[in-house]
Design a binder for this molecule. Structure first.
Ligand code: AP5
Length: 214
């Protein structure tokens, strides 16, 4: 099964990914996480991606599609994947669907997390992320038990550089210009379930489970 977690920055894709992955048993492919891992490792790909991420712009399609294709070629991806933060342009969507169809697969379901821009800004300005394992928190809605210490691994919890207010505004603009049109493509080609994601985390998770059953 191949699924998308779709939505604007801060919609809760990363927060909900574990629950969806757990319910489906497929691997989690987050392009943002892949870039951050490369950035941490100081690889050429990480340095290339940093230039775009720090400005709230998209990494070029060919680079993104290449890293996704590489991940999909690994044996654990054969049963399907949960894509998070990908596709982000219509071209990425078309290339993903073409790759899947060529391998006897297709995008089976897109889970569209719906939140408005004001919610996105409030969430991202309060988001904190573990430097070691990438777990996400929110200073008001979902804080770590001990200040700046990750509940999961004990790592240091900090603010992501691209969660600074000016970069968040650029990311929202990028979303409306380049990524929102993907939704039209998805509605024409794939089963899409809209999820009201402006609700407590547990309620969003229940709605996602219901969509997976339906
Ligand atoms: P990426 O890492 O994908 O960032 P994003 O899509 O902007 O998504 P976020 O991680 O910011 O948000 P999220 O929806 O996962 O929200 P979260 O669960 O953390 O991409 C980063 C950059 O990499 C891009 O800007 C681009 O440069 C590049 N890139 C990545 N993929 C690319 C691609 N395909 N093409 C080109 N470039 C690409 O939640 C946010 C906060 O809200 C957290 O604090 C959380 O605790 C809180 N929260 C979550 N749900 C709720 C709730 N229901 N109620 C209250 N608080 C909540």
């Amino acid at each position: 099964m191949d699924l998308l977690l779709f939505g604007p920055p801060g919609a809760g894709k990363g927060t909900q990914a574990d629950a969806v992955r757990g319910a489906t048993g497929v691997i989690h492919v987050s392009t943002g996480d892949i870039f951050r891992k490369h950035l941490k490792g100081g690889t050429p790909l990480g340095l290339l991606a940093k230039g775009y991420m720090d400005q709230g712009q998209l990494v070029p399609d060919d680079v993104v599609v290449d890293i996704v294709a590489t991940r999909l070629a690994e044996p654990d991806a054969a049963a399907g994947a949960l894509f998070d933060g990908f596709p982000r342009t219509v071209r990425q969507a078309e290339l993903l669907q073409a790759w899947l169809l060529a391998h006897g697969r297709r995008i089976d379901l897109a889970l569209n997390l719906v939140v408005d821009d004001a919610v996105v800004i409030a969430r991202l300005s309060g988001r904190r992320t573990c430097l070691a394992c990438g777990a996400t928190y929110h200073i008001a809605h979902n804080p770590p038990a001990a200040d700046k210490v990750c509940d999961k691994c004990g790592g240091e919890v900090v603010q992501r550089k691209d969660d600074a207010e000016d970069v968040v505004r650029a990311r929202i603009e990028t979303y409306h210009r380049d990524t929102a049109p993907v939704l039209g493509w998805l509605r024409a080609n794939v089963r899409v379930v809209d999820i009201d994601a402006d609700r407590p985390i547990a309620e969003v998770e229940s709605a996602l489970h219901a969509a997976l059953r339906g």
